[in-house]
Design a protein around this ligand. Structure first.
Ligand code: PHE
Length: 344
């Protein structure tokens, strides 16, 4: 019996050593150490042994098991280590390979213009306000000194939704909304970029939806020269340090006096070219001193407060700045167009 056990030990260990995979080792384990294995078989015959021999044989059988189990554990460890090595060898990464390029998006040119102007005004102590695109007739017109039936309403063909609501035709309603919020207490210094809507047939220079940036300052002792200085700063920021501006009389119901503002042509410097249509000047925005009625209606005392306001078309500025010849480019999302405005 002793011999059989020893033989089994030698045989099993030899097999384990020869094994080349984890599965093979496992099979050997089941074969020799399993309940139906030869060692269990041998031990079953122990009943025939004498009382002295029995414990000796039991101890030997346990030792044989242990030897085989040790050999298996050792082999497993060795095979696992080999496997890891193999994996490492087959999955090496070539760190010198060039990476596949990441496609970076570009900011929309209108976003660039809006953000540039926001930066400028935030630097001058303004805050950025927002207002709803679906607006009431009251804020879009009445609070801006345009009562119902006022002929100047025709200046802006509107998309009405109901009798009293419409898609805002300008960002100026945010003036009235902001003044109400300040409850008669200046100073107010805000800009408001946003989308506006007008009933227009789309062509190279008209779009039924476009963007404006509104500006409003209300405080004590505000004069036309504050407006001029502010707009000069904007013109120089957007079109270059050498630019001049000029104010031409105009009309808006919510400003008095009202002006149209031109910037000296950035292309020819004022001599006259195709961009400025030979005049040397390019119109960029409408502005004026806030009408006393507007201040009054929104809770400000026009005897102690004055203000200026301006509104500029973002598309127009972007078209001039980047030499874009058709307003529809902003809205067709052709990547060949938008990609050109990548900035670092
Ligand atoms: N809201 C005017 C327009 O859309 C522009 C403007 C704004 C004029 C503020 C004066 C003051 O034409």
């Amino acid at each position: 019996m002793q011999e059989t056990l020893k033989q089994l030990e030698t045989e099993a260990i030899a097999k384990v050593e020869a094994a080349s995979s984890l599965k093979e080792v496992n099979d050997i384990r089941v074969q020799y150490l399993g309940k139906k294995g030869p060692i269990t078989e041998v031990l079953r015959g122990m009943g025939k042994l004498s009382a002295e021999e029995r414990p000796k044989m039991g101890a030997l059988a346990n030792e044989v098991r242990e030897q085989i189990a040790n050999a298996i554990a050792e082999k497993n460890e060795q095979l696992e280590a080999e496997e890891v090595k193999k994996k490492l060898a087959s999955q090496t990464i070539d760190v010198t390979l060039p990476a596949s390029p990441i496609k970076m998006g570009a900011r929309h040119p209108l976003t660039i213009v809006v953000e540039d102007i926001e930066d400028l005004f935030i630097g001058m102590g303004y805050t950025v306000e927002e207002g709803p695109e679906v607006e009431t007739d009251y804020y879009n017109f009445e609070a801006l000194n345009l009562p119902k039936e006022h002929p100047a309403r025709d200046m802006q063909d509107s998309f009405y939704i109901t009798e009293d609501t419409l898609m805002r035709t300008q960002t100026s309603p945010v003036q009235a909304r902001t003044l109400e919020k300040y409850k008669g207490q200046g100073p107010v210094k805000i800009i408001c970029p946003g989308k506006v809507y007008r009933r227009d047939s789309d062509d190279a220079t008209h779009s039924h939806q476009f963007m404006q940036i509104e500006g409003l300052v209300v405080d004590h002792n505000i004069s036309m020269s504050d407006l001029k200085g502010t707009l000069e700063t904007v013109a120089r920021k957007m079109f270059g340090e050498d630019r001049d501006i000029r104010l031409r009389p105009s009309f808006f119901p919510f400003t008095e006096p009202s002006v149209e503002v031109d910037v000296s042509c950035f292309k020819c410097g004022g001599k006259g070219c195709s961009v400025c249509k030979g005049t040397g000047w390019i119109e960029i925005l409408g502005a004026g001193m806030v009408h006393p009625n507007v201040l009054k209606m929104s809770g400000f005392d026009p005897d102690t407060y004055q203000g200026f306001a301006f509104g500029m078309g973002v598309e127009r500025i972007a078209m001039l700045k980047y030499g874009i010849d058709d307003i529809r480019h902003f809205y067709t999302n052709d990547m060949r167009f938008t990609k050109q405005f990548k900035q670092d």
